[in-house]
Design a protein around this ligand. Structure first.
Ligand code: ZN
Length: 222
């Protein structure tokens, strides 16, 4: 394994806070993947798509997504965010393939990653993802050494970005060479949380024993 740990991160659901998050990531030279539901975005942003802890969560509009995600990697989060394992096979296939195709078309980049809506899946869904051309699929499980995953279609991250033991897990991950965290930018609800988040990204960028990596690079054919 490399002595320099690859740090990979991904963010779900295409929410308006991603605009502020990507500015922070750019400021610190961080790479990231964004898991999007192509069937849920309107041309203009949806200001109150749902609420989280009493705060309205907005969904980005197509008219701003090229700018918000410029320089970052896009992955598939299904077309409309259903529990895929509960759908008839044909519907699950459409959620997966159409979600991927629309993102590829809009962003003009290959979409190779997937994140399970709600973190749920079964064998049939895993087969559909492989068949559609995804090289990995992220769960919401937390494991000490995520890479290489036993099955790329159940790629468990190390932890959520707000995990209490985030830095302990980060340190432990050095031996395995990969640290993978994930989250939703709508979970950043206060200014102190944003400040903490920026400090966290800055600390990783400043770590001589780490480098920002791309999820897809972990699965590139050697
Ligand atoms: Zn989601």
């Amino acid at each position: 394994m490399n002595s320099v740990m690859a740090v990979v991160q991904c963010w779900d659901d295409g929410v308006t806070n991603d605009a502020r998050l990507t500015e922070i990531l750019r400021r610190h030279g961080a790479k990231a993947t964004f898991n999007l539901n192509a069937g849920l975005h309107q041309e203009k942003r949806t200001p109150a798509a749902w609420t989280y802890q009493g705060t309205e969560v907005g969904r980005l509009g197509w008219d701003e997504m090229t700018a918000v995600y410029a320089g970052f990697t896009i992955a598939n989060h299904s077309l409309t965010h259903p529990h895929l394992e509960q759908l008839p096979l044909a519907e699950a296939r459409r959620e997966i393939t159409e979600g991927r195709e629309r993102l590829q078309q809009f962003f003009g980049q290959p979409v190779l990653g997937f994140a399970y809506p709600y973190g749920t899946y079964n064998e049939a869904v895993m087969d559909l993802l492989r068949e559609a051309g995804h090289v990995y699929a992220r769960t919401v499980g937390n494991v000490e050494q995520p890479f290489p995953p036993q099955d790329p279609m159940t790629f468990h991250p190390n932890c959520h970005f707000l995990a209490d033991d985030f830095w302990a897990r980060y340190e432990k991950a050095r031996t395995g060479g990969v640290f993978y965290f994930w989250g939703h930018s709508y979970e950043l609800t206060t200014e102190p949380m944003w400040a903490n988040f920026e400090a966290m990204i800055a600390r990783i960028s400043a770590d001589p024993g780490a480098r920002w990596g791309e999820l897809t690079e972990l699965f590139a054919k050697k």
